[in-house]
Design a protein around this ligand. Structure first.
Ligand code: FES
Ligand SMILES: [Fe+2]
Length: 459
């Protein structure tokens, strides 16, 4: 326990058996007001069931996901600032679906199905800018709003007209600078789908962030295998042993709110060591927390956590401007991570500006595409920088190749090092379930519960 906790009265043992200090213990030591978001620590007890291995390998389950999950859930397609001008477009692909996310002449963003209504060619093969979408095969052309613009040899298409030949559109919503799409006309609107997320993020708005880096990479596993490796800190000791000296992996708080289907959270504290690190000095905790930190010292009366927070404050001082005064130590150093169902993971606060997205790659249950974005806050007194171009890694290229990720690339490579073996193991156990920790993996359990509800199977 940190020294300044010694005066606190003894208390009942934690009913879940979690080690001290808890995140809430650490928040009690903050020197500025703790925001309401961090004071919540719900545990929604949904038992101890694991996830059937078949949910990660089965073709039938994957096909049901394509119809009932990806066909119904709101999903992040791109950032708004990727398509700032009329005609700018990117492609959003999920399974066999391909949509053109385009900004129209009226400034509105639309999601047009990327399939020619003539003989079915994809209209666009990649992102770009266009005044209209002309199919390369025979020249049928659509305006940016999806209306039919030109029919080649109209005398031969008496059955084709503007009313029956507009490109089908998916629903589009925006929040936090993200563009979301939904293929289900009956799904709730995006703001209802996001539940409390906009209110939670009002303190650190995502629309004030910009894309400083964006890297994608194919992975040799089901999309959920990859996703679930990034939403718990339980694996730090064994997968990232170099970080166990300054991340309180087993002290992490995992939050699932009863009645909130579309988000969960973890708060993984930094500046305290994992119980697995054994006896370790305050200086060693601080020194291991950053490259080249070997000469750092924790001053008398301070803690490694507080020193880490001060160092982070110095880095974000100019960016946050007046907001710096409200930055808690937790927001300066901890992994405060919100997972928006099904596949978007956002770091809240200012410890690291990471955003993850995970999805199936093509039509293969055993391959995934992972996007990593670094989205720092734009300087408070300057225009937002233009988004960085996307780096597309191949399946054989390690994350470390993407220099824009800095030291994170090597960390992600440690994570990815488990994936092929995980997928192979899950394939081998067939119908058996995995085993999930009651608390530390409750977010994963809850995710599978909601996923099965989407699929109409509430086992
Ligand atoms: S397939 Fe598109 S114009 Fe013929
Ligand atoms: Fe990891």
């Amino acid at each position: 326990m940190p020294a300044d906790d010694a005066s606190r009265p003894p208390r009942e043992p934690d009913p879940l058996g979690r080690p001290e200090p808890t995140v809430q213990d650490l928040l009690a030591q903050e020197r500025v007001d703790v925001p309401w978001q961090l004071k919540e620590a719900p545990f929604h007890d949904i038992g101890v069931a694991g996830a059937p291995a078949a949910e990660y390998v089965s073709r039938a389950f994957f096909d049901r996901e394509m119809t009932h999950l990806w066909g119904r859930a709101w999903q992040m397609a791109c950032r708004e600032d990727e398509i700032p001008n009329a005609g700018d477009h990117v492609l959003y692909e999920i399974g066999a679906r391909s949509y053109i996310i385009v900004r129209g002449d009226d400034g509105a963003i639309r999601a047009l199905r990327n399939v020619c209504l003539h003989r079915g060619r994809r209209l666009r093969d990649c992102a770009g800018r266009a005044a209209a979408f002309r199919c390369p095969f025979h020249g049928f052309t659509w305006s940016l709003d999806g209306a039919l613009k030109e029919t080649p040899t109209p005398w031969d298409f008496p059955h084709v007209n503007a009313d029956n030949f507009a490109l089908p559109q998916a629903r589009v919503g925006t929040w936090g600078g993200f563009v979301f799409v939904c293929f289900d006309p009956a799904a709730p609107p995006l703001d209802a789908y996001l539940e409390d997320i906009p209110e939670i993020f009002a303190r650190w708005p995502m629309e004030q962030r910009f894309t400083a880096a964006h890297v994608t990479r194919p992975l040799p596993c089901n999309w959920k295998v990859a996703l679930e490796a990034f939403v718990e800190s339980f694996h730090v000791t064994d997968t990232h042993p170099q970080a166990a000296t300054y991340i309180g992996d087993f002290h992490t708080q995992y939050d699932v709110w009863e009645g909130k289907r579309h988000y969960s959270r973890m708060i993984s504290p930094r500046g305290i060591a994992s119980p697995s690190a054994g006896a370790i000095s305050a200086d060693e905790i601080l020194q291991s927390s950053e490259p080249g930190g070997a000469t750092l010292r924790v001053p008398e009366g301070s803690t490694p956590r507080r020193e880490m927070a001060e160092r982070r404050r110095a880095q974000v001082r100019d960016v946050l401007g007046p907001d710096l005064a409200k930055l808690t130590d937790s927001e300066a150093v901890d992994t405060i991570q919100y997972w928006i169902f099904p596949n978007l993971v956002l770091w809240w606060g200012h410890a690291a500006p990471i955003v993850y997205r995970f999805r199936p790659l093509g039509d293969d249950p055993e391959r995934a595409l992972m996007d990593v974005y670094l989205m720092p806050q734009a300087p408070h007194d300057a225009p937002r920088p233009k988004p960085a171009a996307t780096t597309h890694l191949t399946a054989d290229q390690p994350w470390a190749v993407a220099k824009e990720l800095g030291g994170l690339g090597a960390v992600f490579d440690q994570d990815v090092g488990n994936f092929a073996a995980l997928q192979a193991g899950l394939r081998a156990i067939g119908d058996e379930p995995t085993t999930l920790a009651r608390y530390q993996e409750n977010r994963i359990r809850y995710f599978h519960k909601v996923l099965r509800e989407y699929l109409g199977d509430e086992r």
